[in-house]
Design a protein around this ligand. Structure first.
Ligand SMILES: NC(=O)c1ccc[n+]([C@@H]2O[C@H](COP(=O)([O-])OP(=O)(O)OC[C@H]3O[C@@H](n4cnc5c(N)ncnc54)[C@H](OP(=O)(O)O)[C@@H]3O)[C@@H](O)[C@H]2O)c1
Length: 321
């Protein structure tokens, strides 16, 4: 079968479409004929050896897919650790969900990672329950125009959260505002800490969805309201998060990690999340934002788009059909 192979850990240029053997199924797994793959920032990090737990190359790339389950003929979308960008992928059955009626392969491939991560961010921030009477939940979402970011805006709107979001581009922010983002902040032109402080009359936000790392962790902490929390779920800058734990005292704040790879193993967490998400989908309230679709042969360009931060919403790789 055809697959996108990471031939060495030297970045996207070391990706190559190659003929490889079909995967063998382990207990609890199902074989899927892949139609499309969802590209994640983690895939880019993996090409450089920057993602924890990645086996040595050669390795089939991709952690998210949509396609058809062999045998049952059921359309599924799912999440794996690697091996998704191939004509066939082996996936654990509990990590493969039925594709919602009317969704395209591209939409389905764009769903699992972004929507579960965003939902679990709100869950960890205590925002999947209504705010106390007379209060409202406020969140600051970094990379608001990206894959997780646009999912977080759609979910935040449904949860009634007041949202602040950062992006490098006014054009991207304008598109996210159409999804329900109330306060867009172009960080190239404005200091987001200042903007949040001004717009919230010095109070700050209840949570920051922080995936940048470096100085942004400390800066995001300064955007918090009393008892607020930074949900740390990535380091797109490539720099280790900076944090002086003493800074947490001032507002009884906290920094909490979120890693879907770990949480996805926990049925008691994933099932209620899926129930809530699938109910919204059935009501037509969630639809993945597909920014760009590339054929498998041009997958390197898709990776470059993420590396350069030029994507809007999700980048999808068409695998077959
Ligand atoms: N912990 C988890 O389980 C989990 C799950 C999913 C994703 N993540 C993390 O969440 C983040 C977003 O992932 P995604 O797949 O949805 O990607 P994405 O947001 O679609 O793309 C990355 C975006 O980040 C922004 N960005 C800011 N600084 C950047 C930099 N130094 N380099 C590149 N991009 C930068 C860019 O948007 P602007 O130019 O508009 O700022 C870019 O479009 C990543 O850090 C990823 O590792 C973590």
């Amino acid at each position: 079968m055809k697959a996108l192979v990471i031939t060495s850990l030297s970045g996207p240029d070391a990706l190559a479409v190659q003929n490889v053997p079909e995967p063998t199924i382990k207990a609890g797994q199902t074989l899927v004929r892949v139609a499309a793959g969802g590209l994640n920032f983690a895939d880019f990090m993996t090409t450089k050896g920057g993602y924890p737990g990645t086996p040595a190359p050669p390795l089939i790339a991709g952690r998210e897919f949509s396609g058809v389950e062999e045998g049952s003929g059921r359309r599924v979308m799912g999440y794996v650790q690697w091996g998704a960008f191939a004509e066939k992928a082996a996936a654990y059955s509990n990590m493969a969900w039925a594709v919602p009626d009317g969704w395209s392969d591209e939409q389905a491939a764009a769903f699992p990672v972004n929507y579960f991560t965003a939902y679990l961010g709100y869950w960890q921030a205590g925002m999947t329950q209504p705010a106390a009477a007379g209060k409202n939940h406020r969140v600051l979402i970094h990379a608001v125009a990206g894959g997780v970011g646009t999912a977080a805006v759609q979910i935040g709107r449904l949860l009634g959260v007041e949202m602040y979001g950062t992006s490098s581009s006014d054009e991207k922010l304008a598109r996210v505002k159409e999804l329900g983002l109330q306060h867009g902040i172009n960080y190239k032109r404005h200091d987001y800490e200042e903007v949040v402080k001004n717009l919230t009359h010095g109070e700050g936000v209840d949570a920051v969805f922080e995936m940048l790392g470096g100085e942004h962790t400390a800066k995001s902490l300064r955007c918090l309201r009393d008892f607020g929390r930074v949900i740390q779920y990535g380091t797109a800058t490539g720099r280790a998060p900076q944090l002086d734990v003493r800074a947490l005292y001032a507002k009884s704040a906290m920094v909490q990690g979120l890693w879907l790879t770990y949480l996805s193993q926990k049925r008691e967490i994933m099932e209620p999340a899926w129930q809530r998400l699938s109910a919204w989908i059935a009501e037509g309230k969630l639809a993945p934002q597909i920014g760009h679709v590339f054929p498998l042969e041009r997958a390197v360009e898709a990776y470059r788009l993420l590396e350069e931060g030029k994507n809007y919403g999700k980048v999808v790789v068409r695998i077959s059909g």
